[in-house]
Design a protein around this ligand. Structure first.
Ligand code: CAA
Length: 699
């Protein structure tokens, strides 16, 4: 370390420390885990800067942080209450107005309010592996403490619009190129910041404060281009477009006027439904899969992961495990299947190389950690095996018997089943307490959701091991109990059933899909089914059909489509007709004829449905099933349902998930919509007690 002198550290307020090094005061935020700008931190920094203002013995101030990162932004937990002074804009203004020259020493991440504080300094130094960003839109807001305006003056309109509307983080070389930071270091950021500050002072060329720089209004064609790009990406989210509009409007204003407008929009959006929904998910994502009863349970040590079945799902799981640092063994049944598995892995590696996520050396290194084999006995040393074979109870039980015979007794045994009864699978082994479900979503190396299925006998440390693996894989784990389809596929079934009823009763598949994409889903239920292949849903429907009460109305159309050879995109006809070279499907008179014939046979007089009616019925179906799942104790919290639907099924993030959306709009409204379903579809569509209670409690 390049320190030549220092005075003992002094503490202004608990989360802030000041020490003097080399004649420079280093003000460090110490507020684990991510040095969020809580009220105490803001107060501590204000106190520090006002104390140091009168200190004639120092040459400058370095704004720094301890622990794992520079300040990662405002404290999101404080967003649900009125902010207490000192407010962030006042702190930022105070940093910029400091009579001493200032430098920020960035490492880890400088995000949101953290970057706004750094941008108020005269200089910024960042470590080469650090990242900076203004991720506010991801929380449904815009930067509210001058960050946009300072970035605009440092990096220009186009770069700032990109940063603010996407919320993406940028690495050190890009940040340097954009002018957001002045220097990148591979050493200690505080040492580098002190040296940079002193160097600039010695040569009397300290940069101007960002707010004093000149900004020019953007060209109209640039704004138009950014506007269409942002509209396409934000799909129903309001903050990105509002941010762009504001940026355009404020580019011709004085810094003070512009910052005041930023603040107004920040305050307006912060109170809005979208910001509340996004905050809800931010917190839910970080608290998911942490049940109280596992607080003191140690997971088992997992280093080597086995996967049985090298199909699309098994390869994706193996690949995800490999990328996260596990040794991986994939078992397939014969040489041909193994060859296809090898090809799948190669395609995954190639894809990553093409996208610049991996280089050839990285791939070769990863390949040293994977074994593809036909022998179950090669799983002998694995600590966890995930079975990803064909969705059939007998097949799965046979595999588990073989695992029982080949693995150490303490190894954890998991099934990736999406519907089947984990307890029945567990009965195939001597010790069912070592069995749980780890339900990945396809593609397994991309999708973040993982349902962790707790069987009746699953041991606490086995469950804790599943959660630890999920976290290491970067997944969002949601614990569910055993039931057909667990949480997600059970809700999907209710959703698809009502979607089909609506079409039987008079809507077109396009009407239904359009209503849901307007709501914010990336695709409607029929387009999704065509993409996945209709026969998967068909096989499931037949399996479940055996246990369905004959008094309940059953959807008819899927069966008829599959039985007339319509399998979806794979044979260019399903709910829609597909033509070579076209991404989306078109309506097909053949499908219409099948629908009309089915409705006529059932004696249904078809009528049109307004888009809002479609949306309300489909949401009511999801929420009511979510409520049943909650009342049965399959998941513990409404936010678990939200996470499952947002991360596994395309529910729009800015709506917060079905349960949050229902609560935000009043549970009584959903209860009334469920009553409509009950009247229209009869038995099986009664409102869940949980929902009835929630509606009662919220009035
Ligand atoms: N406020 C409060 N807590 C936060 C937080 C924040 N801004 N950011 C992270 N945390 C907490 C998490 O809840 C988590 O807590 P637990 O350990 O108790 O679960 C912990 O910090 C670690 O977070 P992650 O698990 O996400 O850790 P990570 O290493 O994977 O990621 C991170 C770190 C990149 C900083 C990530 O947490 C992140 O992106 N945080 C959000 C940053 C953000 O959006 N900042 C802008 C806030 S808005 C703003 O600043 C504008 C304004 O002016 C008001």
């Amino acid at each position: 370390m390049a320190t030549t002198s220092s005075t003992p550290g002094s503490t202004i307020d608990a989360p802030i420390q000041i020490e003097t090094r080399d004649g420079v005061a280093v003000v460090s935020v110490d507020n684990p885990p991510v040095n969020a700008l809580s009220r105490a931190v803001r107060q501590g920094l204000v106190d520090a800067f006002s104390t140091l203002a009168d200190d004639a013995t120092i040459d400058g101030i370095v704004l720094a942080a301890t622990g794992r990162t520079f300040m990662a932004g405002a404290d999101i937990r404080e967003f649900n209450t009125q902010p207490k002074p000192p407010l962030l804009p006042d702190l930022v203004a105070m940093i910029e107005a400091s009579p001493h020259p200032t430098a920020a020493a960035i490492f880890g991440t400088a995000l949101g309010g953290g970057l706004e504080c750094a941008l108020a300094c005269r200089l910024r130094v960042m470590t080469d592996d650090a990242r900076v960003g203004l991720p506010e839109v991801k929380l449904g807001i815009v930067p509210g403490a001058g960050g946009t305006q300072r970035a605009l003056r440092l990096a220009g309109f186009e770069a700032t619009a990109d940063l603010v509307t996407s919320g993406r983080m940028v690495g050190s070389s890009e940040a340097l190129e954009l002018g957001l930071v002045d220097q990148v270091t591979d050493g200690d950021p505080v040492d580098a910041a002190i040296a940079a500050l002193k160097g600039h002072l010695a040569s009397a060329n300290l940069p101007e404060s960002a707010s004093n720089r000149i900004v020019s209004a953007p060209a109209q064609d640039l704004v138009a281009r950014l506007r269409s790009k942002t509209a396409a990406k934000s799909r129903g989210q309001i903050a990105p477009m509002r941010a762009l509009d504001l940026l355009e409007e404020t580019a011709s204003l004085s810094f003070e006027e512009a910052v005041a407008k930023d603040r107004d929009l920040f305050l307006e959006l912060r109170e809005g439904n979208q910001a509340k929904a996004l905050r809800h998910l931010f917190m839910a994502e970080r608290t998911a899969g942490r049940p109280d009863d596992l607080a003191n349970v140690e997971p088992r040590q997992i280093k080597q992961v086995g996967v049985v079945g090298g199909g699309l799902m098994g390869s994706g799981i193996g690949y995800a495990a490999l990328l996260s640092g596990y040794e991986v063994v994939v078992v397939e049944q014969d040489a041909n299947a193994l060859e296809r598995t090898r090809e799948r892995f190669e395609a995954l590696f190639e894809g990553a190389i093409k996208r610049g996520r991996l280089n050839k050396t990285g791939r070769d290194r990863l390949m040293d950690h994977i074994v593809l084999t036909n022998n179950m006995s090669d799983l002998a040393e694995t600590d966890l095996v995930i079975e990803a074979a064909f969705e059939d109870m007998d097949v799965k039980r046979d595999i588990f018997k073989a695992l029982d015979a080949n693995l150490r007794p303490e190894a954890v045994l998991a099934s990736n089943t999406s519907y089947l009864d984990i307890d029945m699978i567990a009965q195939a082994v001597h010790d069912p307490s070592r069995v749980l479900g780890l339900h990945f979503f396809s593609p397994a190396h991309v999708m973040r959701l993982m349902e962790i299925v707790r069987g009746a006998d699953t041991a606490p440390d086995v469950l804790a091991s599943g959660l630890a693996v999920a976290r290491k894989l970067g997944k969002i784990p949601v614990i569910t109990g055993v039931c057909d389809g667990f949480c997600g596929n059970r809700i999907l079934k209710a959703y698809r059933t009502v979607a089909e009823f609506l079409v039987e009763d008079g809507a077109s598949p396009q009407d239904v899909d359009a209503a849901m994409t307007t709501f914010g889903f990336p695709m409607g239920p029929f387009a999704v089914q065509d993409m996945a292949g209709l026969e998967i849903a068909y096989a499931n429907r037949r399996r479940q059909g055996e246990s369905t009460d004959p008094a309940e109305r059953r959807p008819q159309l899927l069966e008829r489509l599959v039985e007339s050879g319509r399998l979806g995109q794979k044979n260019q006809k399903g709910w829609y007709r597909y033509q070579d070279g076209e991404r989306g499907g078109r309506s097909d008179p053949e499908t219409d004829a099948i629908i009309q014939a089915a409705a006529a046979e059932e004696g249904i007089t078809r009528t049109r449905f307004a888009s809002e009616e479609i949306e309300r019925r489909l949401l009511a179906a999801m929420v009511n099933e979510g409520a049943r799942i909650l009342q049965e104790g399959i998941v513990a919290h409404p936010s678990d349902v939200d996470l499952v639907m947002v991360h596994g099924y395309g529910f729009p993030r800015h709506r917060g998930g079905p349960m949050f959306f229902a609560e935000q709009n009043g549970f009584e409204r959903t209860l009334a919509d469920v009553a409509v379903l009950h009247r229209a579809y009869g038995k099986g569509w009664e409102p869940a007690d949980w929902l009835t209670d929630a509606a009662k409690n919220s009035t």
